[in-house]
Structures are given as structure tokens and as C-alpha cells.
Design a protein around this ligand. Structure first.
Ligand SMILES: Nc1nc2c(ncn2[C@@H]2O[C@H](COP(=O)(O)OP(=O)(O)OP(=O)(O)O)[C@@H](O)[C@H]2O)c(=O)[nH]1
Length: 291
């Protein structure tokens, strides 16, 4: 995981854990820190209440105990979801979806690189067939990652046919991973959402889709949860990727989005570099979050 962790609560909690004893100010400060970090009001209330109970039960007044309890509680809640990527099929097909500009193409570049480092053969499909710049951007990433690419043969070609071709090539050439980039779309545009269902249906004529990853930008905060819902309905999302955590103070978004959608976070993006992508490990994340 990258070193920069602006989403860590440690700064916000420093004053509070620096005091001698837990008192009412401690609880106010904790609540404020959790709200600021975008845990959302409901989860914040639940966490504060559970910690108050634990502190009373263990008769402790030591802020260090409270810090440990907070870390453990967040880890326990994050761990309720299975964050492992399911890439056992051959080829394993991953469809990447999300609204404009959240970081889909960048994530695919980093993901292809991650798979290559782990010894997998990869082909990416540029199923964003209207934006030539998007195809070029993906092509540059594919080259850097050492992955093959299937591009549209003409402007505006049916995205489903590009995805289909990529899977076909993977099957013919024995490539292990297919990662499909899709055009960014607003969750309100039903035509574009139907297009996603079509890509999926067409690909499934050849091979099952192993993962449908919905990319969410951490800086959008709770709004991201609303975005997720339409995609879950139309694209059969299996996991989330949270990007731009490096530019966000909203580490709590990770727990909020997981609990509110019921979908596991499978990858996190923390920068624009090819190595700035990591699998999601609740223990590591909770430790970095609470400090
Ligand atoms: N800081 C930071 N920037 C990121 C991250 N991921 C993506 N970006 C940046 O976000 C911007 C948009 O990324 P893209 O990958 O083009 O987003 P997209 O979702 O494919 O965009 P569309 O194709 O327009 O839908 C680019 O400037 C990326 O460099 C991240 O984890 N951290």
C-alpha cells in the first residue's frame, strides 16, 4: 500500500488520544472525527454507542484502550465482507463500470500491471468506442503493463462486440485474464445502463463474467453510494474499487459504502502511478485508518 494516507484519522484523533482520561469531550471529538471522515451519521452513532458500552463494561478511562477498541471495531465491521477477487475461471473476465472520471481506465491499467506482475497473461478491451482519447489512454496503459489490447475497428462500434472479440481472442490464444473498460456513464441514463447489461449478456455467450467491478471516487463521499445502486441493478456488480483515496480525507467512506451497498471492496486506488493499486485488507486498512 502506498505511504500517503491523508484518509487516516490519526491526525483528527491525536488531541483526543493525547489526553489523560476519557471524558465527554473525548466522545464529542470522536463523533466529529468520524463524521468528517465520512462514515455517515448512522455508522458514526453506532460506533460511538458501541464504544461507550465497551468502555463502561471494561471500566477503563484510558484513551489508549479506546483507540484499540476503535481499531478492532472498524476491522471487525470491514471484515464482514469477502474482499477476495474471484479470478479462477480461464479466461477470467472482469468488467469495469462506473460514472465518468472516477478512474476506470487508470484502474484497469494498474490492475493489468498487477496481474502481469503476478505472472498472468492479460488482454484489455477498449469498449468505450465513442471516445478516441479513451482508447488511446487505455492503449498506453496496456503497453506499460505488458497487456494486449482489443480496440474498436470503427468509431461508435457496438461496445459489446469489442468485449466479445477480446474474450474470443483470449480463448483462442489461451490468455488468462480479460479486463473490459466501459464508457463512463451517468447512473440516470437508462440507455447506457442497458448497454452494460448487453455487454454482459453478449460476453456470457462465450464465458462467464467473473467480476463486475464498480469504480467509485472516494472524494465524492456519500453520493457514491447513490451511484452504486443503479449499477448494482443494471450491471450485476460483484465488487467495488475505491479510487483517489490519496486525495481524500474520507477514509470512513470505505466502511460506509461497503455496508450500505452490501458489496465488498476488492481494490483501492491511491494515486496515478502504475503501482498505486492495492488489494483491500481490512486489518491493514483499519490500522492505517486509526493509527
Ligand atoms: N489521485 C488519484 N488520481 C486518480 C486515481 N485514479 C484515477 N485518477 C485520476 O482521475 C482522472 C480520471 O481517470 P480515468 O481513469 O480517465 O477515469 P475514467 O473513469 O476512465 O474516465 P471516463 O473514461 O471519462 O469515464 C485521471 O486524471 C486519473 O489520473 C487515484 O487513485 N488517485
Amino acid at each position: 500500500m502506498a505511504e500517503r494516507t491523508p484518509w487516516s484519522l490519526s491526525g483528527a484523533l491525536r488531541g483526543m488520544f493525547g489526553r489523560q482520561k476519557i471524558d465527554e469531550t473525548t466522545w464529542d471529538d470522536l463523533e466529529e472525527a468520524l463524521i468528517t471522515a465520512d462514515f455517515g451519521p448512522d455508522i458514526t452513532d453506532e460506533i460511538v454507542e458501541q464504544l461507550r458500552e465497551q468502555v463502561a463494561r471494561f471500566h477503563t478511562e484510558d484513551p489508549k484502550d479506546l483507540k484499540r477498541m476503535l481499531r478492532e471495531l472498524i476491522e471487525e465491521r470491514l471484515s464482514k465482507f469477502d474482499t477476495t477477487l474471484n479470478l479462477r475461471e480461464r479466461p477470467a473476465v472482469t468488467l469495469v463500470v462506473g460514472v465518468n472520471g472516477v478512474g476506470k481506465t487508470t484502474t484497469i491499467g494498474k490492475f493489468a500491471n498487477f496481474l502481469r506482475i503476478n505472472g498472468r497473461t492479460v488482454v484489455v478491451a477498449a469498449a468505450d468506442t465513442f471516445r478516441a482519447a479513451a482508447v488511446e489512454q487505455l492503449s498506453t496503459w496496456a503497453q506499460r503493463a505488458g497487456a494486449g489490447i482489443v480496440r474498436p475497428q470503427q468509431h461508435g462500434q457496438d461496445p459489446a462486440s469489442v468485449a466479445y472479440q477480446a474474450v474470443e481472442i483470449a480463448m483462442r490464444e489461451g490468455l488468462e485474464m480479460v479486463v473490459i473498460d466501459t464508457a463512463g456513464r451517468l447512473q440516470t441514463k437508462s440507455g447506457l445502463m442497458d448497454e452494460l447489461s448487453k455487454i454482459r449478456r453478449v460476453v456470457e455467450k462465450l464465458a462467464p463474467v467473473s467480476e463486475v467491478l464498480l469504480v467509485l471516487d472516494a472524494t465524492t463521499g456519500q453520493n457514491g453510494v447513490a451511484q452504486a445502486e443503479a449499477f448494482i441493478q443494471h450491471a450485476g456488480v460483484t465488487g467495488l474499487v475505491v479510487t483517489k483515496l490519496d486525495g481524500s480525507a474520507k477514509g470512513g467512506f470505505v466502511l460506509a459504502v461497503q455496508e450500505r451497498t452490501g458489496l465488498p471492496i476488492k481494490l483501492i486506488g491511491q494515486g496515478e502511478g502504475i503501482n498505486d493499486l492495492a488489494g483491500f485488507t481490512p486489518h491493514v486498512f483499519a490500522e492505517k485508518l486509526v493509527g
